[in-house]
Design a protein around this ligand. Structure first.
Ligand SMILES: Cc1cc2nc3c(=O)[nH]c(=O)nc-3n(C[C@H](O)[C@H](O)[C@H](O)COP(=O)(O)OP(=O)(O)OC[C@H]3O[C@@H](n4cnc5c(N)ncnc54)[C@H](O)[C@@H]3O)c2cc1C
Length: 459
């Protein structure tokens, strides 16, 4: 039996009141996320499992188990909703997965900000802030399952980013409290920029306990689908909507044909062969949006209240962002995806160039956002048939040669995805401060691995 498993048995005996999961099938399930979207990650990560999972009910239980793991040098991988795409919460060296989903207390909401424990589901947090007249500024399309801590430590943004940019844009994350991994764990409060150094670090440089986040004024939303014969009209309409200052919007998503053919549950609203824009707008903005669609030779095929559609599990929000990929994968398992961002001001030309260069071999699905510096542009989760890792790399290079940024979703280290090769030095500084023994999610922070300090976690 491996040494982590033996040591974890001892810890389980010391802390019997904690909710331990040791059944191999459940441990295996709780060691996985949605990395299977990538055939490259699937072959890399299938079979990587924790030795046990624990689900602390409060901070004191968490502290007890973290202290024990630190003493025994056991790797710890944190898990929120487990909806990450890159095997972020899949342990590479076994050890303990800590399921944070019971640390879900809503602390307060006031003056356009809220604070909650990291395990709270985003849909619950949004609901609670709405009761006070506020809503989350951005939500991933996995809002039903994903946690606040998982979005902060593993996500980017999503629905709402057309107004407020990515989650990491200055002013949205106000602060966090996080626990160190030491025999005597400490709780440290980080504010502003320093707190952001734990954002998208995949739980490698601190256990996030609570997050304080700025909110947007809550409003009712409606959702609609508009369809177009020509790709350039579709793109122009989506761009018009994104820029229109009088149109209140929450999400603008473009599906160029043939993507709509895969969205079979929306078939009534997606006539064959047409391109589509799925938008979440204020009800009072719908008439103006319809008129703008008409000007671009388009028409509306669907409208509903987003609140109602969400309650009834049919919101188009759950067809946007990487949910588009999920729905296409249900129809065709040979498809995979990339993540690209177009340059603000050149995004329309760049999209047209990609369509011309690849045709239907790269199916474009766009999401309009504000960039970190506030400019309106679009990102894409392009869909393509998987051939080989080398072919994906060639396609990535072709995008880059056109001046388009690619965040490779087929990699399993923090630096190689969003960060493009290197993390800011402050990320490593926090790692030293919060996880001096290198026990948090080992193997995922390349700069730390390269510093040669991770050997103690290997079995
Ligand atoms: C169909 C689909 C659609 C998606 N759409 C979007 C989207 O629109 N926008 C977007 O940004 N992402 C999207 N994602 C990715 C993912 O759903 C989100 O990033 C989500 O917010 C992750 O939350 P989670 O609770 O599931 O995190 P997990 O997957 O559980 O964890 C993510 C990372 O955070 C770490 N972590 C979790 N909790 C803590 C904590 N308390 N302290 C420190 N580290 C922690 C984990 O170790 C892991 O590295 C999508 C994924 C899928 C499968």
């Amino acid at each position: 039996m491996n040494t982590h498993r033996v040591a974890l048995r001892g810890i389980q005996e010391q802390l019997p009141s904690l909710a331990w999961i040791t059944d191999p099938a459940r441990v295996a399930r709780l060691s996985q996320d949605f990395y299977w979207f990538s055939p490259v990650l699937k072959s890399l990560l299938d079979g990587k499992v924790a030795d046990a999972v624990v689900k602390p009910r409060d901070e004191s239980q968490l502290r007890g188990v973290v202290a024990a793991c630190a003493k025994e040098h056991i790797p710890i991988t944190l898990r929120g909703g487990g909806t990450g795409n890159y095997g972020q919460s899949t342990p590479l060296f076994g050890g303990l997965v800590i399921d944070m989903s019971d640390l879900k207390r809503f602390c307060w909401v006031r003056d356009g900000a809220a604070r909650a424990q990291s395990g709270i589901r985003l849909s619950d947090l949004d609901q609670q802030t709405r009761e006070a007249g506020w809503e989350l500024r951005c939500l991933p399309s996995t809002f039903r399952i994903a946690s606040l801590g998982g979005l902060f430590a593993g996500g980017f943004g999503g629905i709402g980013s057309i107004n407020y940019g990515p989650l990491g844009a200055a002013g949205t994350i106000l602060g966090v409290s996080a626990m160190t991994v030491e025999p005597e764990p400490k709780i440290i409060e980080l504010k502003g920029h320093e707190a952001l150094m734990q954002h998208h670090a995949w739980g490698t440089n601190g256990i996030v306990l609570e997050i304080e986040i700025a909110l947007a004024p809550a409003r009712p939303w409606s959702e609609a689908i508009f369809v177009f014969e020509h790709a350039q009209d579709t793109l122009a309409f989506a761009n018009d909507l994104a820029f229109a200052p009088g149109i209140a919007k929450k999400n603008i998503c473009v599906w160029f044909d043939p993507i709509p053919r895969y969205l079979t549950r929306l078939a009534d609203h997606l006539p064959a062969g047409l391109h589509a824009v799925a938008a979440v707008l204020a009800p009072s903005s719908m008439a103006a949006a319809r008129a703008m669609a008409l000007e671009r030779c388009g028409r509306q095929t669907y409208e509903d209240s987003t609140q109602l559609a969400t309650q009834q599990n049919r919101t188009i929000q759950e067809y946007s962002w990487n949910h588009t990929t999920l729905h296409v994968l249900k129809e065709d398992k040979a498809i995979t995806y990339l993540q690209v961002s177009f340059t603000a001001g050149q995004h329309l030309e760049q999209v047209a160039r990609v369509r011309e260069a690849f045709g239907d071999a790269v199916m474009l699905h766009l999401e309009f956002i504000r960039s970190m510096d506030g400019q309106i542009t679009c990102t894409a989760l392009p869909l393509l048939r998987f051939q080989s890792a080398e072919h994906l790399q060639e396609v990535i290079q072709q995008f880059r040669a056109m001046g388009i940024r690619v965040n490779n979703p087929h990699v399993n280290v923090v630096e190689d995805g969003k960060y493009g090769g290197a993390v800011p030095p402050e990320v490593l500084e926090l790692k030293r401060r919060f996880d001096p023994r290198g026990l948090l999610n080992p193997g995922k922070l390349k700069s730390w691995v390269n510093a040669g300090v991770e050997h103690s976690t290997r079995r």
